[in-house]
Design a protein around this ligand. Structure first.
Ligand SMILES: Nc1ncnc2c1ncn2[C@@H]1O[C@H](COP(=O)(O)OP(=O)(O)OP(=O)(O)O)[C@@H](O)[C@H]1O
Length: 361
C-alpha cells in the first residue's frame, strides 16, 4: 500500500500548449494517504480519467511528479507501479473459468497454490460468485463479468493502490448499492488505498471517506462528505453536491450585510468589501419560509414531494431559490418570503468561498 503524492501536476494533450485552456489538468498538488478510500468526483470531461491514467502510469504528465511513498514514479511504467485497476467495462477472459479469472493476478505473481485457493474463495464469497466459480466466463451476464473484474482488482493483497474507473456503469441499479457496500467492507477489512472515479455524487459520498471534487482540470476541494456539504470551497462543489444543489445569488457585500439586488440580509460576520463576482450561497436545507414579512420576496414555481420532505422551487428576480420543506410544515403561498440560517451562509468571490475578516460579536 502507498501514500500517493501529486506534485505540481499538469497535463496537456496539445503538443504545444499556448494557454491554460489547452491543459486538461491544471496544477494539482495533493496527497492521498496510505489506506484511504477516496472518490474522484466531477462532471464528464473535467479530467478524472487523465488524472487516474497518470497515477497508473498509462500517461506521463506534461509537468510535475507522482510519488509513491515519497519515491518518484512519474516515468515508471504501469507494470512497475504495482497497482490494480478496474475499468468501466468488464475485462475478463471468456475461455477461462471464473475461478481462473480471479486467480490470474496471483498466478502471474507466482503465489502458492494453497494461498491462491484460499484467497480466490474469500473474494468469490465477497462478490457473491461462489456458485459459478467452475463456470466459463463466456455466457455470464455483463453484471457478473464486471463483478469478476472487481474481484480480480481486489484479489492481490500486496498492491500499492486499487483504482476504480466508473466501475459500476454496467451494473444493474439494484446491484449497485450492494456492490458499493461490499467495496466499503473490503476497504475496511484490507485497508488498501482505493481511488474511485465517478460522476455520481451518491456513489462518491457512500464509498469514500474523502472526496476529491474536480472541475475544469482543477481539484476544487478535497474533503469529507460533511465538509463538502457544510462548507463548499467552490461554487461548483455547492452546486454539484446536494439535491438540489446550493442556491447562489449575486450580491454586494459590505461588512456584515449582503445586498441581494435591493434586499439586505445580515451576515454572521464581517466580510469586508470584496471585489469581483460576489455570490451569496445557501443550501436549500437552510432556507426557511418566513411569515414575518421581513424575508426575501420569492415567487414559488413548483413543489415536489420526494417522500421524506418536499422541495419548493421558487425564484427571486429570475434567480432560482430552492428550499427543502420538512414534513409537517405548510406549503407556502405563491408569493412568499424566505430567510436564511445565518451560520450556513457562504460568501463566494469569483467562485471561491472567502473567510470573514472577523467573527461578529
Ligand atoms: N487522448 C486524448 N487526446 C486529446 N484530448 C483528450 C484525450 N483524452 C481526454 N482528452 C480531453 O481532456 C479533457 C479531460 O478528459 P478526461 O477523459 O480526463 O475527463 P473525465 O472527467 O474522465 O471525463 P469522462 O467522465 O467523460 O471520462 C477533456 O476535454 C477531453 O476531451
Amino acid at each position: 500500500m502507498a501514500r500517493i503524492t501529486l506534485e505540481n501536476l499538469a497535463h496537456s494533450y496539445h503538443p504545444d500548449p499556448q494557454s491554460e485552456d489547452d491543459y486538461a489538468l491544471k496544477s494539482i498538488d495533493m496527497t492521498w494517504d496510505d489506506g484511504g478510500a477516496y472518490a474522484l468526483l466531477g462532471a464528464s470531461g473535467c479530467g478524472k480519467s487523465t488524472l487516474l491514467n497518470i497515477v497508473s502510469g498509462l500517461l506521463v504528465p506534461s509537468h510535475g511528479r507522482v510519488l509513491f511513498n515519497g519515491q518518484d514514479v512519474t516515468g515508471a511504467p504501469t507494470t512497475d507501479r504495482n497497482i490494480a485497476q478496474v475499468f468501466q467495462f468488464p475485462v475478463v477472459y471468456d475461455t477461462m473459468t471464473v475461478r481462473q479469472n480471479l486467480a490470474f493476478p496471483l498466478r502471474n505473481r507466482g503465489m502458492e497454490p494453497a494461498y491462491i485457493r484460499r484467497r480466490v474463495a474469500e473474494i468469490a464469497r465477497m462478490i457473491g460468485m461462489e456458485d459459478v466459480l467452475p463456470r466459463k466466463a463466456r455466457g455470464l451476464t455483463a453484471d457478473q463479468k464486471q463483478k469478476i473484474s472487481l474481484g480480480r482488482g481486489m484479489v492481490r493483497e500486496d498492491v500499492n493502490a486499487i483504482l476504480f474507473d466508473e466501475p459500476l456503469t454496467v451494473i444493474d441499479p439494484h446491484m449497485k448499492w450492494e456492490l458499493r457496500t461490499q467495496l466499503k467492507t473490503l476497504h475496511r477489512d484490507f485497508g488498501h488505498t482505493m481511488i474511485y472515479v465517478t460522476h455520481d455524487q451518491t456513489e462518491a459520498l457512500t464509498f469514500a471517506d474523502k472526496v476529491v471534487v474536480m472541475h475544469d482540470g482543477q481539484v476544487v476541494q478535497l474533503g469529507t462528505p460533511e465538509e463538502l456539504f457544510q462548507a463548499p470551497r467552490h461554487t461548483f462543489v455547492g452546486y454539484f453536491i446536494g439535491s438540489p444543489g446550493m442556491n447562489l445569488l449575486d450580491a454586494t457585500v459590505r461588512g456584515t450585510v449582503a445586498d441581494l439586488g435591493g434586499h439586505s440580509v445580515a451576515l454572521r460576520a464581517d466580510y469586508g468589501a470584496p471585489k469581483g463576482r460576489v455570490q451569496f450561497g445557501i443550501r436549500p436545507e437552510f432556507v426557511q419560509f418566513d411569515d414575518s414579512g421581513a424575508g426575501l420576496p420569492v415567487r414559488v414555481r413548483r413543489v415536489e414531494d420526494v417522500g421524506r420532505h418536499r422541495i419548493v422551487r421558487s425564484d427571486y428576480n429570475g434567480t432560482p431559490v430552492n428550499a427543502v420543506l420538512p414534513e409537517g410544515l405548510p406549503v407556502p403561498a405563491m408569493d412568499a418570503r424566505v430567510s436564511f440560517v445565518p451560520e450556513q451562509v457562504g460568501v463566494y468571490v469569483d467562485d471561491w468561498r472567502i473567510a470573514p475578516r472577523e467573527r461578529a460579536v
